[in-house]
Design a binder for this molecule. Structure first.
Ligand SMILES: NC(=O)C1=CN([C@@H]2O[C@H](COP(=O)(O)OP(=O)(O)OC[C@H]3O[C@@H](n4cnc5c(N)ncnc54)[C@H](O)[C@@H]3O)[C@@H](O)[C@H]2O)[C@H](O)CC1
Ligand SMILES: [K+]
Length: 478
């Protein structure tokens, strides 16, 4: 798992470390790492770095200081370095002196455009963890002009460091070189960050427990149930899928098929699409109603069940079975409209809600807003449930405060039925006995991986997503 800390926690840790580190040492460690990765990007685009042209966009704080010191290090490799000072009177003094000593050029913002036009790389040292809001007009104009790849110092300027929100002009980096620890922006705004590399400046011992985590494939591989010699179809956990209708059997076929592909446990289907599901997935035990579905260790309920009386009855029955429940789609809408349906839930039986933004608004009475982590945490506490808030980046919050974020691999999951596939994966993991928060975060991880594999760079379908699940599970271990 990758730990992620808020800027407030980072700053506090940096202050503790600064107190015991020689003045300027932290910044030079950061800047040396920044110069190394910038040189690698330069070398990757050309043959060698000597004589290549780097332009530094320098703001008024230590982020700019990192860029200036990195410029001085690049000068040692005979890179032509030009620093464009956005606020000359507030540029980092020691960094500026270091760049000048190394033979770097320093120009004002007015002279910036001509140097940016000739740059082989632009280094965004405008603002870092103290950023507030989008780029100011002067910086935006310079960034807009850059045709060379941009290396963001610590984080792309103009993007909110703690929420990843972009509500105006912002840097879109090819590479982000961050220091000490990942910040939320690095997981929540992958398109603005580009590739993210972390430079160790000795901050880890000062950080404490992370505010958020991002699961890596090895974490998910370790959690994902695989059959052992003593296992049978029951011991892997039996999941019940209550989804679909005679009119709309598709959600049932996708959710049930996804559950079949997720683990080796038995899958039971209950609903009006039993014939279609049975013909498509002969390994499934299908019945017409949740009342005669047989014993399960978890339920996944909601896609296509409708939000009328019958849907409410199905949901109430499932909630009363005393096993973990993943409630998705229509089940989310029913809960939002008739929260008393949750009274059927045995206290302590885990509930996982998987709203997209619209369903979230119904559940909470307002949209998730810019801080999707805070929004998911609020919903998890209010409903005493794990909340998987769908979006370009998926946020998974547990009632106890744990939050996992899943950085997408493109936007391939934005296809009809994709949510049904996620529901099947999640239900199967709940039935296998995974901690509900880990089950939701792991399902989101494999769902995104399957989407990327199924797409292969072109738009894909939910059916292809189900087909790609085994490849995604293999990819976890590769
Ligand atoms: N603490 C350390 O020794 C290290 C810090 N590192 C680097 O430092 C920055 C954080 O630097 P800080 O001086 O706190 O502020 P910034 O440089 O992020 O911002 C400067 C200044 O910019 C103004 N500002 C805020 N929002 C905007 C905006 N949208 N556009 C323009 N200007 C803006 C505001 O006045 C800020 O005070 C951190 O990111 C690291 O890069 C080293 O990495 C490690 C050592
Ligand atoms: K920056």
């Amino acid at each position: 798992m990758q730990g992620i800390w808020t800027t407030e926690r980072i700053r506090a840790a940096e202050d503790r470390l600064l107190a015991v580190t020689p003045d300027g040492e932290l910044m030079r460690r950061a800047a040396f790492g920044l110069a190394t990765h910038t040189a690698a990007l330069l070398a990757g685009r050309t043959s060698g770095v000597s004589g290549r042209r780097a332009v530094l966009l320098v703001g008024s704080g230590n982020n700019g200081g990192d860029a200036l010191w990195a410029g001085a290090f690049l000068r040692r490799r005979n890179v032509a370095v030009t620093a464009v000072l956005l606020k000359p009177e507030r540029a980092h003094g020691a960094g500026l002196a270091a760049l000048r000593r190394s033979g770097g050029r320093v120009v004002s913002a007015e002279d910036g455009p001509q140097w940016i036009d000739r740059a082989d790389v632009v280094v965004d040292g405008i603002v870092g963890i103290s950023a507030r809001g989008p780029l100011r007009p002067d910086a935006a104009a310079l960034v807009e002009r850059a045709s060379a790849p941009i290396v963001a110092v610590d984080l792309p300027s103009g993007v909110d460091p703690d929420t990843g929100a972009v509500d105006g002009p912002a840097v879109r980096a090819a590479l982000t070189v961050t220091f000490g620890a990942l910040k939320p922006v690095h997981a929540l705004a992958p398109d603005a960050c580009g590739e993210v590399v972390l430079v160790d400046i000795g901050l880890r011992p000062e950080l404490g427990e992370p505010d958020l985590v991002r699961l890596d494939s090895p974490d998910v591989a370790a959690a994902w149930p695989v059959p052992g010699p003593g296992d049978d179809k029951y011991s892997q956990g039996v999941v019940g899928i209550a989804a679909g209708s005679a009119t709309y059997p598709g959600a049932a076929v996708l959710a049930a098929g996804s559950a079949v592909r997720a683990t080796s446990g038995l899958v039971r289907y209950a609903g009006h699409a039993a014939d279609v599901v049975r013909s498509r997935w002969p390994e499934i035990v299908a019945t017409g109603s949740v009342r005669d579905a047989g014993r399960v260790q978890a339920w996944a309920v909601g896609p296509g069940i409708g939000t009328g009386q019958e849907g409410r009855d199905v949901l109430r029955h499932v909630l009363g079975q005393g096993v973990p429940v993943c409630a998705d789609a229509d089940a989310t809408t029913i809960i939002a409209r008739s929260p008393e349906v949750l009274d059927a839930r045995d206290p302590g039986t885990p509930l996982v809600l998987t709203p997209h933004a619209g369903e979230f608004s119904r559940l909470m009475g307002e949209a998730p807003g810019a801080d999707r982590v805070a929004a998911a945490r609020d919903a998890a506490r209010r409903y005493d449930a794990v909340v998987l808030l769908k979006g370009h980046c998926t946020v998974v919050a547990a009632p106890d405060g744990r939050v996992a974020v899943n950085t997408p691999r493109g936007s391939w999951l934005a296809t009809a039925g994709s949510g049904d596939v996620l529901t099947g994966l999640l239900g199967a993991l709940l039935a296998a006995g995974l901690d509900p928060w880990l089950a939701a975060a792991s399902a989101a991880h494999v769902h995104a991986l399957a989407g990327s594999l199924a797409a292969g760079g072109v738009p894909t379908s939910a059916s292809a997503l189900v087909t790609a699940i085994p490849d995604a599970l293999r990819a976890l271990r590769s």
